[in-house]
Design a protein around this ligand. Structure first.
Ligand code: NAP
Length: 238
């Protein structure tokens, strides 16, 4: 049976990804700083937490096939180019970038006799300029760089580890309202302004992200690595 570890697994996207994996018959372990029922306590910024969490998954399930890095939020706001604080940058760096890297490193450091797949959560905020949330955007760009670097490292080293990323546009749920608040004070106005830039005219459904994560995690073959798949209804194409 496929065993899936989802860091940040009790958030909006983590929950959707867990549901998709369970629907496919996988065993899912979800983590978070305040985990829900059956989950593991886990701060992705802590090296020791990663070691303990992966050890626990292996003890309980005997294997680990997929790691999804879905932890972290928008961080402190306002976060525009002038107002973002160094504290906001450091907090986001630790949770999104260092946290995801620690997860990748924890898997790379272990011996695997079967294929292992890592999927990181990036964002269109890491592909397009985001002056109203500059620190968050920079972190999601860094997650894409981390993804390609880990993929290349593993391929060159002959390790059976693939690493890919999904970059959604604004998703319905989760950090949506925090993001919209950086666009305009009035939520409806912010949503209208945001959607005017999205060719499909709609927010991304969490299920679309979950399907894409799942395809990258278990679909394709050993050559499907180092890719960032954008799920954005055409945002940024023109
Ligand atoms: N929602 C969107 O529109 C969207 C779009 C593009 C990309 N993304 C990305 O998708 C991922 C998930 O977003 P989401 O919308 O599901 O956010 P969310 O609902 O806020 O979930 C994030 C989860 O991460 C956990 N978390 C935060 N800091 C953590 C830490 N240091 N260690 C462990 N867990 C931590 C939180 O739980 P605790 O606080 O209990 O730990 C929370 O459950 C993020 O990387 C985000 O950047 C989201």
């Amino acid at each position: 049976m496929t065993v899936v570890l989802i860091a940040g697994g009790f958030g909006s996207l983590g929950t959707a990804i867990a549901g998709r994996a369970e629907q496919a018959g996988a065993s899912v372990v979800r983590t978070g700083r305040r985990p829900g029922a059956g989950g593991l306590a886990h701060d992705v910024r802590e090296e020791a937490d990663w070691r303990r969490v992966v050890d626990t998954v292996l003890e309980r399930h005997g294997r680990l096939d997929v790691l999804v890095n879905a932890a972290g939020g928008l961080g402190d706001t306002p976060q525009d180019v002038l107002s973002a604080t160094p504290q906001a940058w450091h907090e986001l760096l630790d949770s999104h970038v260092v946290g995801s890297w620690l997860g990748c490193r924890e898997l790379i450091g272990r011996a695997w006799s079967h294929p292992v797949s890592i999927v990181n959560l990036s964002s269109t905020a890491g592909q397009l300029a985001t002056p109203s949330m500059v620190a968050y955007g920079a972190m999601k760009a860094a997650v894409q760089h981390l993804t390609t670097s880990v993929a290349l490292y593993c391929a060159r080293a002959g390790l059976p580890i693939r690493c890919n990323a999904v970059a959604p546009a604004l998703v319905d749920g989760g950090i949506r309202d925090d993001v919209l608040a950086t666009v305009a004070a009035d939520r409806d106005d912010a949503l209208t302004r945001y959607l005017s830039r999205v060719p499909s005219g709609r927010l991304v459904d969490p299920a679309e992200v979950a399907d894409t994560v799942w395809h990258l995690a278990v679909g394709g073959g050993p050559s499907l690595t180092g890719q960032v798949v954008t799920v954005a209804g055409g945002l940024g194409l023109s």
